[in-house]
Design a protein around this ligand. Sequence first.
Ligand code: URA
Length: 264
Amino acid sequence: MSIAIDWHLARALLEWQVELGVTDALGLEPVNRFDRVEARAHAVSAPMAAPAAAPGAMLPDGPDPVAEARRIAGAARTLSDLAEALAGFPHCDLRRGAQTCVFADGNPQARVMIVGEGPGADEDRIGRPFVGKAGQLLDLMFRAIGLSRTSPDPAASLYITNTVPWRPPGNREPSAEELAMLHPFLMRHIELADPDLLVVIGNVACDALLGRRGITRLRGTWTEAAGRPALPMLHPAYLLRTPAAKREAWADLLSLQARLKELQ
Ligand code: URA
């Protein structure tokens, strides 16, 4: 049976789905993501994109996920060990709705490491952090002070990761529980990459690394995280919505540039 749908009805139906929380148009055929995980992981070409493995259920009397995360992350000796360990970590439910485990991008030798919030739809699809609109702005911002994720020179490059490696459903914020079990991976990630400076982007990263929120107050003031200088900055997604705040972001970039010179 075919139903004639005019433009207005089609639009109303789409709006209704958006209100229900649908965030992605996936195609005409239903997709079982649990079946697709392996194939999807192999399709990702980025070297630092780790596969999202089959989800594991946590038993109520199972191991403490935070202690497990500490043990597994602590055992990783290299960044690729860590990427693999994270991709195989079964206790975080975020992985269930994600297509890829987005580990990092850029030059792991970079003096500057950026920590963002978590993958969005584009990052989840492509398997690299900050590749959507906000990521494009992030690249432009840092290029303005001579830093780029594609540079092979540690002094001119960036290494980029996120607080959580799986896209939270509907782009919601990660819960306190999720942040707690992914924290040991983030700390080990920073330890292994060993950058001179951290740039902490947005509230979720500030929460995870500084134990504080309120990015509009925190931004621009140097602090310390993971044993090294850290600069909280506004999230580029916020800057896209609030262009007037680009002035503050520019001041922070200049502060970062000055600090890098000081530490040379
Ligand atoms: N926002 C983030 O914080 N990280 C990404 O990777 C993409 C958007």
